[in-house]
Design a protein. Structure first.
Lengths: 324, 324, 324, 324
């Protein structure tokens, strides 16, 4: 596939932005101002970046409990996103959602959800809606290796196949569901092959390589827009940190972690290297982009820090369109 | 006005809304060409509106409900059918965690204008997995509205309101009322949610109930009238919102309240009404509020057992006499 | 596989017994003494016969909503079974269950269930139990083509595979789920191939041929007993009548129905012919068996007809081990 | 007696039962070696009893619950864990249609001796999908028993009783009580189901509540004692069976009742208690029964909002003052 320079820059920028966003979240967490728990996207940035780079603004993504990366990559306002994580009234969900429900609907995010695998049926419905309304938009649905073991996986893949819906199933196989290695709960070598049972074309890509993810997604999006139905893409990746805020991830074998977390497999390094090798960017330009993004994120963090908490009584709002 | 069955009135309401609004569509198991719904409510609609808008689905309750959510938040107005209320156990996550909570947890960013139609109740000797009355679970779920139409003239106006409502509606029907006939207005009409209907005026005791029990209560009231006992019968029509005002005003008039539903007793909807009324009309109560419900058992199969399980005229009359 | 004469007689007898049982049920239904609904097993007898003939008494079967055949073939008392269908106190479930819950636990039936696909998780647990207790027993779990689209299918197949449980998944693919042809809800040519995604050996057999079903099951049982884990067997078959008591099954194309319901594909004829061809039986002996079984079933019907209905208050029993 | 946390007491109870009875085993997501349970309740048990008996599962809630059912009816005593109470929405069929109803619909043929452990409650800023209190749904499900231990000295005796019970027990825990400490007997002890405990004696008003609200109520009682208001505090310990006697006797003494739980108000367990008490102690009530619950909204994320959502000392005290 011929990928132009603009797109390579885009891929680098998205990957990096998610990285810097998550590093900032970690920093804020260190300041002890992030309530609740956190599922950081650190390490998996290339998946969200590669997928969203293949989408239009009007396309949709369905997120998970590990959703920061998805919404930022899809174009969510980082100010509102960080404010949401801090539980501020200026957050995209007015502080009602937090990390597990971080969502900016207007930017094409259907929602982040705390229930593993609950996004798949919603993606089916959104794709059905796109089809029925004739919009030609597509839905990319993210979910984890662990989610593939939930009942909605088979139900939703099947429904997308029989109705030939414009949905792209993105499995983020980071090898673990909390502390459980996928080896223990999935008998096959890949999750992708489960899609064969539903006659859904599928592939496995390096989820730390935004370009690979992008190329696979472009093909899937093309098929979906043409009415060719769903595709499943399994992205192999790895969390930089534990599952949630206090998990030291000691259950991961040292050599496995070392290999996956090595410099040359780092999502940002990988796409940066590619972009530079393909002359889309110089080292200097790449650094410039980083600086610019860093400033943007720093500003967002200030915005979040300085925002007000919601008023207690606001808890009673937004249950229904109109109170009764 | 035309006399028609509850089933016909319901279908007429669905038809009118589908004619009025292209975004309204139906989905569910066997609702289409080959069957027309287990209780024939949708019979003929697939022929009229096509299989895209009257959509047969696989046996995938959680994904049916979830697909309705995804379609609803992206511009459609789905009416999803769960064939029997007992089977909504499989869709509780999508109904109660997703549909009900999305507006709230995303801080008002999304509306979820969907209707879940399902059917409760016994009396058909189809035992523990096809006869339950589970409306209490949904009344206990903030974010859902719950409609409980018991009469043909109400069901049409309520389904139309449900479909136009910007929030998710659990639209509960009852097996034994589908064949009940009533005069139904010919011109279009909507019945607002949260407005109870006094089905019979009376002075000595108030009876509040739902579904088939209302039909029985009205017959009991007729009987008791002959003995000089004047019974007021109230149909809530929706449980959420609940019309407390009409109940409380009635109790302030009669001083006595009997609550009658087919649910198993403990934590049936009658418990909430009893709790409210004793709290808000304590000084007007001349006797304890009586609850008439099914016993706390699964629904049995054999007619002798099921007839014992479902509250009958005698038990309703007895409860009234007990506090008069 | 070398199948001895005794086993051929066994297969013929089991198939025929289920047939005669179901014909009797149909007759009783005509007398208007069977309450509720019915899902007849007529046409699919060879599946239950072939599977159970490969099991020991101490092995288990998990049944469905179409369970009469499973329990009779597994050895349930036909008197108690018919009495149950009539809602009598002498029924195997004391009249509390009826057709959809027909079960004789002591004969190795885990249960019939009204919730499609709900048996699969239960079979997983029973098989786990056999494994943990070291009994070497196996579990055969029946379910329909429609059930394969439910979430429990993937969850349960997966769990059986990762734990290498002694379970045999028996898909009774009768081409329809109520009025919905499986072609509309399953994108692949077979359901069996879905098992590949879980690394479960699988095969498709003629479900109207008890011998074929038996042979496939024997192999699966052998693997299961040796610790080799689950197998999935898809049995292609066809209902003689509609889905439930009042369904005329008009949605089935005439030529399809004619082909499937032809004399030479009839489950009883098929196994009778094989048994006679292989000299396990003479025509006369075969007829003798039929006569004997017919008498047994007739007697059972008398027993059922003459039994008492449960006392109304019995509805309050069996909720808990001890009432409180 | 040894002082220990609720978590430690619960683990000790599990350990004792596993030592005593080989058929007791635990299953759930991440309960084993790598994690020890999301709230570390089972930490160390896999090391002690092996991975067969402390069994990590895939993310398949409905099949976890169903496998527990299958194991329970065939001779094992499973304790299945659903990591968060909110996720039991995915297992409602197996818990409420299968486990709860099997004994009944099979006419007493089977016992289902299983325990489903799960955890309810807010206070950890983990928002709408991880903070609900759903015990009312289960109290409304005949066939289930429901335990609601709030104190370390109770949880050990109750888990042991739950495991030995021949019927399915929903064993609900609460996130904020895991760290609460109390003196716990060293010798073995069982706490019978259906026996409330008067946690504090008083003369002026009765407070009945569950979980963390009991801890708050006791603190409020301490405060009010200084003002001369004498508060009796009752802990039901199990909701099914419910100890009505202790409540009613207390109300007959005090004439006043305040009900306090963290559930959303409409149809919370408090509604049932209010309905019972007004029915059975009408003449003894000197004031309306007051309910203190969370508002009818999903659980919000931001601390300011969640603190408003969860009933606090002030609201409890106010409710008491209101009727004194
Ligand atoms: C249905 C459900 N079950 C369990 C949980 C608890 N939980 C949260 S994240 C998680 C692991 C998910 O693993 P995976 O899908 O691989 O996503 P990852 O965390 O690796 O991104 C679990 C078990 C949940 N939130 N929802
Ligand atoms: C979970 C669930 N959904 C829907 C139904 C209603 N229903 C009863 S039988 C049936 C069709 C089942 O089809 P299949 O699994 O192929 O079995 P068959 O009836 O063909 O034997 C349906 C939809 C149900 N009982 N349970
Ligand atoms: Mg993972
Ligand atoms: Mg079928």
């Amino acid at each position: 596939m011929a990928v132009d320079k603009k797109k390579l820059i885009d891929l680098y920028t998205r990957t990096l932005k998610v990285r810097l966003f998550e590093e900032k979240v970690w920093e804020l967490f260190g300041e002890n101002i992030v309530p609740g728990t956190l599922h950081l996207y650190l390490g998996q940035e290339a998946v969200a970046a590669g997928v969203t780079a293949a989408l239009k603004d009007s396309d949709w993504v369905q997120s998970t409990h590990r959703g920061h990366g998805h919404v930022i990559a899809k174009g969510a306002d980082e100010k509102k996103a960080l404010a949401e994580l801090l539980g501020k009234a200026t957050g995209s969900c007015k502080g009602k959602g937090g990390s597990m429900h971080i969502t900016e609907f207007k930017k094409g995010v259907l929602g982040a959800t705390g229930v593993v695998a609950s996004g798949l049926p919603i993606a089916v419905g959104a794709a059905l809606s796109c089809k029925m309304r004739g919009t030609k938009d597509v839905v990319a649905c993210f979910f984890g290796d662990g989610a593939s073991n939930n009942g909605t996986f088979g139900e939703s893949l099947n429904m997308s196949a029989i109705w030939q819906l414009p949905v792209i199933w993105i499995v983020e196989n980071n090898l673990y569901a909390m502390g459980t290695p996928i080896k223990l709960t999935c008998p096959s070598a890949t999750i992708a092959e489960r899609a064969n049972g539903y006659c859904i074309p599928n592939t496995v890509v390096d989820g730390n390589n935004a370009l690979e993810v992008y190329e696979a997604t472009v093909e899937a999006v093309k098929r979906a827009r043409q009415g060719g139905g769903p595709t499943l893409i399994e992205c192999r990746t790895y969390r930089q940190r534990g599952h949630s805020r206090f998990d030291p991830a000691k259950y991961r074998p040292e050599d496995e972690a070392k290999e996956w977390l090595s410099e040359n497999r780092d999502a940002v390094n990988v796409i940066r290297k590619i972009a530079i090798e393909r002359s889309a960017l110089t080292e200097k330009e790449a650094d410039k982009i980083r600086e610019k993004l860093q400033k943007q994120i720093d500003k967002a963090a200030d915005f979040a820090r300085n925002s007000e908490y919601p008023k207690p009584e606001d808890a009673l709002e937004d249950v229904y369109a109109e109170a009764f | 006005m035309t006399e028609m069955t509850y089933r016909e009135a319901l279908k007429a309401g669905l038809r009118e809304e589908m004619q009025r609004d292209e975004s309204v569509f139906l989905m569910g198991e066997d609702i289409g060409l080959n069957w027309g719904g287990a209780f024939k409510v949708t019979k003929g609609l697939a022929e009229e509106f096509g299989e895209e808008r009257v959509r047969d689905t696989p046996i995938s309750e959680n994904t049916i409900a979830g697909a309705a959510v995804g379609a609803a938040i992206t511009g459609m107005r789905p009416v999803a059918e769960i064939m029997f209320g007992d089977l909504i156990t499989l869709a509780m996550d999508q109904v109660c965690n997703q549909a009900a909570k999305m507006r709230y947890m995303f801080g008002g960013q999304t509306s979820v204008p969907l209707v879940i139609r399902t059917v409760f109740g016994g009396g058909k000797n189809i035992a523990s997995h096809h006869s339950q009355s589970l409306e209490a679970w949904f009344m206990h779920t903030p974010g859902l509205k719950v409609a409980v139409p018991a009469f043909a003239s109400d069901v049409k106006g309520l389904i139309k309101t449900a479909i136009r409502d910007p929030d998710p509606v659990l639209f509960a029907e009852h097996k034994l009322v589908y064949d009940k006939k009533e005069e139904v207005p010919d011109e279009e009409y909507l019945i607002p949610f949260g407005e109870a209907k006094v089905r019979r005026e009376g002075a000595d005791v108030t009876v509040w109930g739902t579904f088939f029990m209302l039909h029985k209560a009205l017959e009991v009231a007729e009987e008791l009238a002959k003995e000089g006992i004047s019974v007021e019968v109230i149909d809530p029509r929706t449980l959420v919102p609940l019309d407390k005002k009409t109940i409380i005003e009635s109790v302030k008039k009669t001083g006595r309240l009997v609550l009658v539903t087919e649910e198993t007793k403990t934590l049936a909807t009658t418990a909430e009404v009893a709790a409210i009324v004793q709290e808000e009309a304590f000084d007007w109560l001349d006797a304890p509020i009586k609850r008439v419900n099914a016993p706390d058992t699964p629904v049995p199969f054999a007619p002798t057992l099921e007839n014992f399980f479902i509250p009958d005229h005698k038990r309703i009359a007895q409860a009234i006499r007990d506090i008069i």
